[in-house]
Design a protein around this ligand. Structure first.
Ligand code: GAL
Length: 381
């Protein structure tokens, strides 16, 4: 009897200690590039992610990576975490699960599912997830976008379809004479000035006119009027496209525009401040980091003006060893935006790190400065 009481006391103490431990373990600051544990102490697994704010809660969706180099393929699916403060994240599980290997499904295990983003449609009450999809064993050739829907923010999401955006429609900012050009890739020397000029004048848009445009790195943006936009790297990653979605967010309306023709931009992320839209992107060097770029526009459909590399200080030329994925507006704080980026670890994908930095505005430009550690008081300065 005595020993049973002793055991109970030991368990009770252990439990209280664990509680105390978890309280003191609560994250109180962002530490870019460090291991970022969820509420169970496990490194967050939501790469190339994006945030949805819904019903007072933030939801973080991202690629669930696994060990090793193959861990960049979709072996599990899209993860979801929830948080009330953007610092402490509870794992909600797999929001979109890959389909069984050999099933022939577009999202079968071993396909590539990247940069998932979720938006909520007020009219239909559906949560809509769009992502970049590459079909199994086809490298990055499919260059498709795909979507899944759910009645709940955390899922499960049901795969709907994969597609190439906007077949047989021209961008709104495209000259009539370019539609009729007949020059093809074969007649041009790759990367020559003439080739670049032809890319900017629709070489690949015409090539992909029937099939729909290529769509790789992507983000989604919902404007104040409820209209949603899909921004993706198209034309062999040479040009970004911005395409308006239909009212239900389940397809493309047919209205689209090119951004920075032949500018070679990837990893798009958008925010809006004082009626202006800002876009942060990366260059195209695969998993290796490069210098970020930024742009501003009065209208999402453009024209966009280049503002240069938003990163400043040591490490700016490689965006502090990271690549953009999303920009989070902090709820309840005016003009507080967080730049969300990935520090990829291609040789061990699951070990990829997150680099979240506060965005400062200086002379109408977004500016990113490295911080070892920072918290929300940064925005009160
Ligand atoms: C990057 C891209 C990532 C992933 C990677 C594959 O440029 O941003 O999302 O596609 O290439 O090499």
């Amino acid at each position: 009897m005595k020993s049973l009481f002793g055991l109970l006391v030991i368990f009770a103490c252990a439990y209280t200690n664990a509680q105390a431990q978890s309280l003191s373990d609560k994250h109180r600051a962002f530490q870019p590039g460090e291991i970022w544990t969820d509420t169970e102490g496990v490194h967050i697994n939501a790469h190339g992610g994006g945030i949805l704010f819904h019903g007072g809660t933030y939801y973080w969706f991202g690629e669930h990576k696994t060990d090793g180099r193959t861990g960049n393929r979709a072996m599990v699916g899209v993860s979801c975490y929830s948080s009330n403060d953007l610092l402490n994240w509870k794992r909600e599980g797999v929001a979109l699960a890959v389909h069984e290997e050999g099933s022939g499904s577009d999202i079968e295990k071993g396909s590539v599912i990247e940069r998932p983003k979720v938006i909520y449609n007020e009219k239909t009450g559906k949560f809509v997830m769009w992502f970049h999809l590459e079909l199994k064993d086809q490298g990055y050739n499919a260059a498709k976008t795909a979507l899944a829907t759910s009645d709940h923010p955390t899922g499960p999401y049901e795969f709907q379809k994969s597609l190439r955006p906007n077949p047989e429609t021209w961008p709104i900012n495209f000259k009539k004479s370019w539609k009729k050009k007949t020059i093809t890739e074969k007649e041009l020397e790759g990367w020559s000035d003439e080739w670049k000029k032809e890319v900017a004048e629709g070489l690949f848009i015409r090539r992909d006119f029937q099939t729909g445009q290529m769509a790789r790195d992507m983000t989604l943006y919902v404007d104040d009027d409820g209209k949603a936009y899909h921004i993706y790297s198209a034309e062999e990653n040479l040009t970004l496209h911005i395409a308006e979605l239909t009212e239900d967010y389940l397809g493309f309306s047919g209205k689209w525009a090119v951004i920075e023709p032949a500018g070679h931009n990837e990893a798009p992320a958008v925010f809006k401040k004082d009626g202006k839209y800002y876009l942060i992107t990366s260059g195209c060097t695969g998993w290796e980091p490069n210098a970020a770029r930024s742009f501003v526009a009065d209208d999402l459909m453009g024209p966009w003006t280049s503002l240069g590399n938003p990163a400043v200080g040591e490490g700016a030329d490689l965006t502090f060893d990271s690549q953009s994925t999303f920009i989070v507006p902090v709820q309840g704080k005016k003009d507080a935006f967080i730049f969300m980026a990935d520090r990829w670890r291609p040789e061990n994908a699951i070990d990829g790190r997150y680099v979240w930095l506060p965005i400062q505005m200086k002379d109408g430009r977004p500016v990113l400065e490295w911080q070892d550690k920072w918290d929300f008081s940064y925005f009160d300065k």
